[in-house]
Design a protein around this ligand. Structure first.
Ligand code: ARG
Length: 456
């Protein structure tokens, strides 16, 4: 079979060489973008008088038909035609004859593939941003229902201080807010058109790159043709943003998993987001959360993969760059899926308020309250910390909690302690009184929810 670039060759490659070099197996996902890019390119060629209007019309007609077939999923790609660009060009010439060969005037697959990738990511990043925002809305809604639900807050996964459960959920809202911001900011660098860079040095044809940019909805064109065909920064940046997003989702997933255990039982996942065990009938596993945690690995891997591919490549295009695709597609697919699943999982989960209530009433997470109480009464905080620690130790020995300790016993450590200590020690008071800006106090959490709404 003759290659579209076969003129210089005397001998054809072995089948397995073709197979190894082909990207059609995965870059067919760029079919729409490739056609869009070609439509803009040929329109520009016509407007510049590089191709006459009859040719342009014929090519546009052929491309429209290809687009139609692509939408219907009717195109049949072949490895012999290597990649999406050559496959489509072949289909075009099969359809409209040799005039189809004029489409590639003043263009190279190098600027073409870079253009496709920019177009593709522009659309997908917009989808990612939308899904992040949907998820944020769900978190916000859940948080609104749990402002006054007190839960244990942790450091080192040890009970630390009581918190509003809404405050805990909202921490993820803000991580996602920064993720959204990062994806939005990256748009500026995705929104640049490489088309017109040719193979790498520009072209002798009097093309109008600004016109192509306008037709494709890009805000700018690459200023340097060599950079244009070599740049994969925008993909690295996407993979990096995707990795950080997955870090956040993975941490949240880990909490969902912990919270669903019998040991915690702070939440219960909806049946729709859980699975059973094939052997243990009692099990309800948080598979989706585990899978999101697990899939974080491949998203990191895709970032490392592309960085490594790029690091040794001289300017400009090298075939190595074909390796930019599968990881990117995979990360797009993974984060879109993870966001959708996570949103549903949080929306449908039940928060076990009684269990949380019970938890905060049977621990020492109010110990800081006692230390703060003593400090407020003038005792240096270090000393207050020591006194409180001793009282905690006394409680542990007796198998009781601070609220159960009689006043005389407290006073044996410090005369500063009076009856009002019991009001301060209640977990509700502990939360309410943490009214510093950004703290877990109910008023602060309400303020935070207002700020969050303003971000959506
Ligand atoms: N399939 C190639 C890729 O994805 C398209 C660009 C090929 N360019 C070339 N000069 N071989 O990178």
């Amino acid at each position: 079979m003759t290659k579209l670039w076969g003129g210089r060759f005397q001998k054809s490659a072995e089948n397995w060489v073709d197979e190894f070099g082909a990207s059609i197996g995965f870059d067919q996902q760029l079919v729409m973008e490739d056609i869009e890019g070609s439509i803009a390119h040929v329109t520009m060629l016509g407007a510049q008088g590089i191709l006459d209007s009859k040719d342009v019309e014929q090519i546009l007609g052929g491309l429209a038909e290809l687009k139609h077939s692509a939408e219907a999923g009717e195109l049949e790609f072949s490895v012999a035609n290597e990649d999406i660009h050559l496959n489509l060009e072949k289909m075009l010439t099969d359809k409209i004859g040799p005039v189809g060969g004029k489409l590639h005037t003043g263009r190279s697959r190098n600027d073409q593939v870079a253009t496709d990738m920019h177009l593709f990511l522009k659309k997908r990043v917009a989808e990612v941003v939308d899904l992040i925002e949907t998820f944020q809305k769900t978190i916000l809604k859940k948080a609104e229902q749990h402002v006054e639900t007190i839960a244990p807050g942790y450091t080192h996964l040890q009970r630390a201080q009581p918190i509003s459960f809404a405050h805990h959920l909202m921490a993820y809202f803000w991580m996602l807010e920064r993720d959204k911001e990062r994806f939005n900011e990256s748009m500026k660098r995705i929104d640049i058109l490489p088309l017109g860079a040719g193979a790498m040095a520009g072209t002798t044809f009097p093309i109008d790159r600004e016109k192509s940019a306008e037709l494709l909805g890009f805000s700018a064109v690459y200023a340097n043709s060599m950079d244009a065909v070599s740049d994969r920064d925008f993909i690295v940046e996407f993979l990096s943003n995707a990795s950080l997003l997955m870090t956040h989702l993975s941490r949240f997933a880990e909490e969902i998993i912990i919270w669903s255990t019998d040991e915690f039982k702070f939440i219960e996942l909806d049946d729709a987001f859980s699975t059973g065990s094939s052997i243990m009938p009692q099990k309800k596993n948080p598979d989706m959360a585990e899978l999101i945690r697990g899939k974080t690995g491949r998203v990191y891997g895709n970032l490392m993969g592309l960085l490594t591919v790029l690091k040794g490549t001289p300017l400009t295009y090298n075939k190595d760059m074909q390796e930019d695709k599968e990881g990117m597609f995979d990360s797009v697919h993974t984060i879109l899926g993870a966001l959708k699943i996570f949103e549903g999982m949080v929306r449908t989960m039940t928060v076990k308020t009684e269990k949380l209530h019970q938890a905060v009433h049977s621990d020492f997470s109010n110990a800081t309250e006692l230390a703060d109480y003593l400090a407020t009464k003038g005792m240096p905080f270090r000393e207050a910390h020591e006194v409180t620690g001793k009282l905690v130790f006394t409680c542990i020995q007796r198998g009781i909690f601070l609220l159960d300790l009689p006043l005389e016993d407290m006073q044996s450590e410090s005369k500063l302690i009076e009856q009002d200590v019991y009001d301060v020690l209640s977990p509700e008071a502990a939360v309410r009184r943490r009214n510093s800006l950004g703290g877990t106090g109910f008023d602060q959490v309400r303020l935070q929810l207002e700020k969050a709404k303003a971000c959506l």
